[in-house]
Design a protein around this ligand. Sequence first.
Ligand code: ADP
Ligand code: MG
Length: 255
Amino acid sequence: MNKMPADIIAIANQKGGEGKTTTSINLAHGLSLAGKRTLLVDMDPQGNSSGIFAEVDNLTKTVADLFLKKCTAEEIIIPTKYPNLDLMPAKISLAEVELSTLNVDAPYVMRDALDSVKDRYDAVVIDCPPSLSIFTINALGAAGYVVIPLQAEKFSIDGIKGLQGTIEGIKRRINPELRILGALITQLKSNTVLTKTILPVIQNYFPVFHTSISTGVAVGESHLSRRSLLDYSSGVKQAKEYQAFVKEVLDGIKK
Ligand SMILES: Nc1ncnc2c1ncn2[C@@H]1O[C@H](COP(=O)(O)OP(=O)(O)O)[C@@H](O)[C@H]1O
Ligand SMILES: [Mg+2]
């Protein structure tokens, strides 16, 4: 069969709490609902997105085993409760492999792993850790696109220049194909603050998605019930916003 390999989208921001995991889960589920065979890759040792779909403590094979060269990607991937959506899970053991990855192919472990499975998927979403670690470098090295979730707040803006520099560095040295799909404003409380003061600053660095995600209790509730927001409460405002975001991503990755 002649088919294009998957579009690989990294969800990255070195700051924690910006909405990476929430965005990864809902983008991945949204793409699968749109008929795309989708793989969600968890590259965060916290294993937050894995915990939505699996009993993390019981997992025997995880992303850590890729870095330790103990497993192939195929052996690690598990199905989720959602059709069309598979998971490559991570857990805390991933943190321990960081120091053992100081060899020349360290930045390319995820790229090689995805190369071996990407013909089976239309889309791959990679949830990055809140750091510019070797894991984020791996994700950006493997991806065709990067999405940057970002709160419309001062401290979130402070890190934006560093992140832009990192992405440019990855493009120069590791992955010239990487394209910035855009920054996604998350946990938005006031549209006025966004448009007047924050948006112009962000737009100096990155294109910004038209859709932004407002703050709502259903988001935290969906995590507690271990479902995507699109599944937990598809009618709430934030679910509709995530649906609109998924549509923008699909438009952005059309070739
Ligand atoms: N739109 C939202 N409304 C309310 N809470 C949110 C929203 N997006 C994320 N959160 C909450 O903010 C916290 C951080 O989000 P998360 O997606 O885990 O960010 P990251 O992966 O970047 O650390 C979580 O507790 C999550 O439930
Ligand atoms: Mg996270």
